[in-house]
Design a protein around this ligand. Structure first.
Ligand SMILES: CSCCC(=O)C(=O)COP(=O)(O)O
Ligand SMILES: [Mg+2]
Length: 249
């Protein structure tokens, strides 16, 4: 059995959905959310973490909110910001303000891999609750039950080798039996250094200049989940790519 561990932004969903829909929604909703829920323990915990980091007093919520909005603007992958964003997005999904668009090849491939007996897992900078919300509200329906495990930056940063070692330990699986899919070469480098197999998703919508050759740094490169064949990879010890498709190596 192979575990297919997938990233979200730039891999299953377009970067523009995250940058142009989710981030602006969170930016606009944060002040009201903190005013209304700032005293709830699960919210305060993260606000206090930000306060310590910026040396603000815990009662300076306006300063904390401004800091968080600045972090959204610079796409900071901070665990506290991601946890709070997830809580804010819950209302957006529940109120039907948006659904999560997946690339058209994603849901069919996930269903096929799951039906073939592979284990599916997610590793994203988005918080685990945000990941579950996204996969529960995709434009291809509720896909959460396809996944056996979800990981966020509480296991460590996505460019840190130890994060992937930790994930393999949680999954109780040899790193070489885990296939990590991401659009970010530095994340794939860290996963490969931990012994995982890797595939670079090079989505034309997100990356107009193809990242082939040196730009893929030796990772297999595909433009669609339809080009990935994990069953062939596992049983035949081959690279996980369908015949006739190109890779960068
Ligand atoms: C869980 S959906 C929100 C995605 C997000 O906040 C993010 O930063 C995406 O990072 P990824 O690791 O999926 O590229
Ligand atoms: Mg990504």
């Amino acid at each position: 059995m192979t575990t297919i561990l997938t990233d979200i932004e730039g891999t299953t969903s377009s970067i523009s959905f995250v940058k142009d829909v989710l981030f602006p929604y969170a930016r606009a909703a944060l002040p009201g959310f903190v005013r209304e829920h700032g005293h709830a323990a699960e919210v305060r915990r993260w606000l206090d973490q930000v306060a310590i980091e910026i040396s603000a007093s815990a009662c300076q919520d306006a300063v904390i909110v401004e800091t968080l909005q600045g972090w959204i603007d610079t796409d900071r992958k901070h665990t506290a910001l991601k946890a709070l964003q997830g809580m804010v997005w819950a209302a957006g999904y529940q109120d039907g303000d948006f659904t999560a668009p997946l690339y058209p090849d994603v849901a069919p491939a996930l269903r096929q891999w799951h039906a073939a007996g592979h284990r599916l897992a997610v590793y994203s900078s988005g918080s685990v609750p945000a990941q579950k919300l996204l996969f529960a509200h995709t434009d291809s329906g509720d896909l959460v039950s396809l996944f056996s495990a979800f990981f966020d930056t509480e296991v460590g940063g996505k460019r840190d080798v130890t994060s992937y070692t930790t994930i393999a330990a949680h999954l109780q699986q040899a790193p070489s039996d885990i296939l990590f899919l991401s659009d970010v070469v530095q994340e794939l480098d860290a996963a490969r250094d931990a012994g995982l197999r890797t595939v670079l998703l090079d989505r034309r919508n997100d990356y107009p200049q193809p990242r082939s050759g040196d730009a893929a740094n030796g990772h297999l490169r595909v433009e669609s989940f339809a080009q990935i064949n994990p069953l062939q990879a596992h049983t035949a010890g081959m690279w996980p790519i369908t015949q006739g498709e190109s890779s960068s190596v």
